[in-house]
Design a protein around this ligand. Structure first.
Ligand code: IMP
Length: 174
């Protein structure tokens, strides 16, 4: 069966908001070198679009995590499957994530990265679903706060499908 997808956030709205976030970051970092950590796979489009709107020198790094938690296990461990290939000690780091849902993944990840002693550590998330939060995570740059609906597109998937959509939508199968 083909998935029916209802548009939630258009391509134009995403582009406008990513530009606004980049402006905030440019203002704050004022030409300092920024190390962006793109969390694979979901945040590739967001990271690519954001990086191209930043003024300062930008280093791109990639991480991939897998979560062993389930919906009933709030202490679910996070395993790093692909790690950055540089030392982030003394760097100004911004973690770029597609969506903060329960917050478990980023709670573990941000704590892990803090231990590596970056000069500064911030978090940019395109989407935030605060209703589902289990672990408190401070999100410094939020694209859109959305209701508790499962979204796809602009990098986000449903069983590895729909990442290529240029907009954010909700799968609405009967
Ligand atoms: P958390 O640890 O529960 O915050 O989950 C974060 C991860 O779950 C995200 O990086 C996504 O990969 C995935 N995720 C959570 N909500 C959605 C959604 O609505 N659509 C697609 N993936 C989601």
């Amino acid at each position: 069966m083909e998935d029916k997808i209802r548009m939630m956030i258009s391509e134009e709205e995403i582009a406008k908001r990513v530009g606004e976030l980049a402006e905030q970051i440019n203002e704050k970092y004022k030409g300092k070198e920024i190390t962006l950590i793109c969390i694979l796979k979901g945040s590739i489009f967001f990271t690519a679009d954001l990086a191209r709107r930043l003024n300062g020198p930008v280093k791109m790094e990639y991480m991939r995590c897998s979560s062993y938690g389930d919906s009933t296990n709030s202490s679910g461990e996070v395993k790093v499957v692909i790690d950055v290939d540089c030392d982030i000690e003394g760097k100004d780091v911004i973690v770029v994530e597609d969506i903060v849902d329960t917050g478990r993944t980023l709670w573990h990840l941000m704590n892990m990265l803090k231990e590596r002693k970056p000069q500064s550590l911030a978090l940019a998330a395109l989407l935030d679903k605060p209703e589902r939060r289990v672990k408190e995570v401070a999100v410094d740059y939020v694209g859109f706060t959305i209701p508790d609906e499962f979204v796809v597109g602009y990098g986000l998937d449903f069983a590895q499908k729909h990442r290529e959509l240029p907009y954010i939508g909700v799968v609405e199968n009967e």
